[in-house]
Ligand binder design. Structure first.
Ligand code: DQA
Length: 145
């Protein structure tokens, strides 16, 4: 794997983007977002490795893998695990690879249970509330690392 690869890790329920609460998350599917990221990555001289899982442990394994493989950075939309997972907090702390937290919506403007972010406490940076563009802005931040 090349050192210019950015892992884009997506957590639970994000496989349903496009039909999942479009008034909150928009109508782009995860494949649409992957396409946008690949186009922008090419312009930035980066490569994308985009994945999704509904299982917390997969996200943790992939964070470890990102470091082991020498990835440039990780963009992480951990979905609801953002707000619950000390294991994800620990995994981000355990690796030196920079992790940028991403959210389509702005959790700070939603239900109180979304206001706390374990991911955000450990991440290098956060981009949220811009819909699919959150991923693009996060990729641009990753390019500058
Ligand atoms: C989300 C926000 C989380 O609160 C929620 O649980 C998600 C999606 C977002 O991208 O806006 O699954 O991470």
């Amino acid at each position: 794997m090349a050192a210019n690869t950015v892992y884009v890790l997506n957590g639970p329920n994000l496989n349903l983007l496009g039909t999942r609460e479009p008034e909150i998350y928009g109508s782009d599917t995860l494949d649409d977002i992957a396409g946008m990221l690949e186009d922008r990555a090419r312009e930035l001289g980066l490569a994308i490795d985009m994945r999704q899982s509904n299982h917390e442990g997969h996200l943790i394994d992939w964070l470890h893998e990102a470091q082991a493989e020498g990835a440039k950075a990780v963009l992480l939309n951990a979905g609801a695990y953002t707000h619950t997972s000390i294991a994800l907090f620990d995994a981000i702390k355990a690796i030196r690879t920079p992790v940028i937290e991403v959210h389509l919506s702005d959790p700070s403007k939603r239900e109180a249970f979304r206001h706390h972010s374990y991911v955000g406490m450990a991440a290098t940076d956060t981009v949220q509330g811009l819909g699919a563009r959150s991923y693009l802005v996060a990729l641009e931040k990753a390019a500058q690392l």
